[in-house]
Design a protein around this ligand. Structure first.
Ligand SMILES: *Cc1c(COP(=O)(O)O)cnc(C)c1O
Length: 557
């Protein structure tokens, strides 16, 4: 511990509301948290002087149970932080509603296979001196109301900076992973005599939200109620918006480097916030983490050093095709054995298997493939398919929960024709199994709402073929018929949403029926070529090592 904490050498502080470090630590909910985890993992591999800051989330996100009709219930996900981390002696306090709320911290050390460590600080208000209400601030990820959320953001941003300061770190860059931590700029303003230019030099802001309504905003009434006595509303208005406190604006106004998470997302952000200069750094995934054991073995044998130099995956052609295929079939068998043991299915390894898993919410369109059952049946007559779904809906996302029930209804309706499974309680382990065990990774979000998306990159690392809407990272990753297939037209086409949807459905069914099924069943060599291309042309680039090299050279230095 002294090694890491004692050195005070950490120069970059990475703030994120969620960080997915380990499956047993339920401190993440979706892509944002997994990205943060991959950032920590890569930073350790590369020996970057980075320290992570997040909230403890002592009651986790939630465990999902599904009844036989697909109704989701949420169950508390208790875990013991002390099993994985140690309590630090440092304690700071933040002003909330004119009282001092004590914040303590836990230290988790991520150790890379290169033996390098990256510390992650988990902030915790569950201390005896705090009122019962305040003790709960760091309990649940994305739980509670707006007031609860703002308190969490005060603890994360302001408490986080204070804690790092109390520990003696001299931080040169504060990286805000989305607006949840933007309040850190206010604490930095206070530490720098309200000199905004000084603060900006130290701040890096990454936005992940491609629509207006998705940004984190708080009414001034609430802000005043919670923050009065710490900072004046005038200051918050000056940097965070006249009408309400917009955390994206706050981050934008007080950061010298701002980026979107894919090229397309940069364009959209630039339009949404004219007058700010956005860069783009396309997301990546941590290669070693997301490659299954069977492919790890192959890569170790033919591409030694790949884990810390994923560019080497560009030489995947040195692996014989039959070994690629065999590794895939082993991963597939593991997944299907798991599915058959959990769901009442009888899936088999020779059937073309399509996977869809992520947070379940409207814009991800989880039931898109069921839009026209007659066409889906026709696809299935041409060559058998089976479908595996997984994903949690946020407890308050009524719409999202309905999608899960609808998938269960389609499962009944297609009984005896198409095998369909829904895996309960999507988490990192299930994600790992699914992105390596299916043949096709399906993603059909509503454009332009997918800022980047990352699950398809994980799939490509395992030779799984992407079939996706041209949004987010896939605009950059898709070479039609080479690295996978596009669903629907390129962005910016001036068609109406209805027309676009028709084009998307045409592509979905036609490409499955006339291109992908024939390749999979009758031209296996061409299919294996697609698998190779996914590794060669996607995985070698869309990894978090490349991403962090970019953050270092463009944003941190
Ligand atoms: C990778 C991952 C995600 C992100 O999936 P997208 O399809 O990019 O939204 C969400 N949840 C888990 C558990 C993941 O591993």
């Amino acid at each position: 511990m002294n090694n890491v904490i004692g050195s005070r050498e950490r120069k970059i502080a990475y703030f994120s509301m969620e960080i997915g470090l380990k499956n047993e630590m339920p401190t993440y909910s979706g892509g944002l948290g997994i990205l943060a985890g991959d950032t920590i993992r890569t930073s350790a591999d590369l020996g970057l002087p980075l320290i992570g800051v997040t909230l403890l989330n002592k009651k986790g996100y939630f465990m999902q149970k599904l009844d036989p009709s697909g109704r989701q219930t949420e169950h508390q996900h208790d875990w013991s932080p002390s099993k994985y981390m140690q309590l630090l002696p440092n304690e700071v306090s933040v002003r909330i509603q004119r009282r001092d709320v004590k914040v303590r911290a836990w230290l988790y050390e991520h150790v890379s296979h290169t033996e390098e460590k990256v510390p992650v600080i988990f902030l915790d208000t569950d201390v005896e001196e705090n009122s019962p209400e305040d003790r709960e601030i760091t309990y649940s990820l994305y739980g509670g109301d707006r007031k609860y959320r703002l308190k969490q953001e005060i603890v994360l941003g302001i408490g986080g900076v204070k804690l790092l300061t109390s520990m003696g770190y001299s931080i040169s860059k504060y990286h805000m992973n989305e607006g949840h931590s933007s309040l850190l700029t206010i604490e930095l303003l206070r530490q720098n005599n309200m000199n905004a230019d000084r603060v900006k030099e130290h701040c890096v802001f990454t936005t992940h939200t491609p629509i207006e309504s998705g940004h984190d905003v708080f009414g001034h009434e609430l802000v005043k109620d919670l923050m009065d006595g710490y900072v004046t509303l005038d200051i918050l208005k000056k940097y965070g918006g006249e009408n309400e406190l917009n955390m994206t604006l706050l981050g934008l106004n007080l950061s010298n480097y701002v980026n979107g998470v894919a090229k397309r997302h940069r364009e959209i952000s630039q339009k949404m916030f004219p007058g700010y200069k956005f860069s783009s750094i396309t997301n990546g995934v941590h290669s070693y983490t997301w490659v299954c054991q069977h492919f790890r073995k192959l890569y170790d044998k033919y591409l030694p050093g790949w884990a810390n130099e994923p560019e080497l995956l560009v030489r995947v052609r040195s692996i014989p095709d039959n070994e690629i295929w065999d590794a895939h079939q082993l991963a597939k068998k593991e997944l299907l054995d798991y599915v058959n043991s959990k769901c009442e299915t009888n899936m088999d390894c020779d059937t073309l298997t399509i996977g869809f898993a992520r947070r379940i919410t409207e814009y991800k369109r989880p039931t898109f493939i069921f839009s026209d059952l007659q066409r889906l049946r026709k696809v299935n007559e041409n060559g058998k398919i089976q479908l595996i779904f997984s994903g949690k809906a946020h407890p308050r996302d009524v719409q999202g929960k309905k999608f899960i029930e609808r998938i269960f209804q389609y499962k009944e309706e297609l009984k005896g024709e198409i095998e369909i499974a829904y895996l309960e309680n999507y988490d990192m382990d299930i994600a790992h199994m699914m992105v390596s065990g299916v043949d096709i990774w399906l993603n059909n979000p509503q454009k332009p709402l997918e800022a980047s998306g990352t699950s398809g990159m994980k799939a490509a690392h395992n030779g799984v073929v992407n079939f996706s809407i041209l949004d987010g990272w896939w605009i950059e990753g898709c070479v039609e018929g080479v690295t996978g297939y596009a669903i629907g037209p390129k962005p910016k086409l001036e068609e109406s949403p209805e027309q676009i949807k028709i084009m998307e459905l045409d592509d979905l069914y036609n490409k499955l029926e006339y291109i992908m099924i024939p390749k999979y069943y009758y031209r296996k060599d061409e299919w294996i070529n697609l698998m190779n291309n996914s590794i060669e042309l996607i995985a070698y680039y869309f990894n978090s090592h490349r991403m962090m090299h970019r953050y270092v050279t463009e944003a941190y230095l």
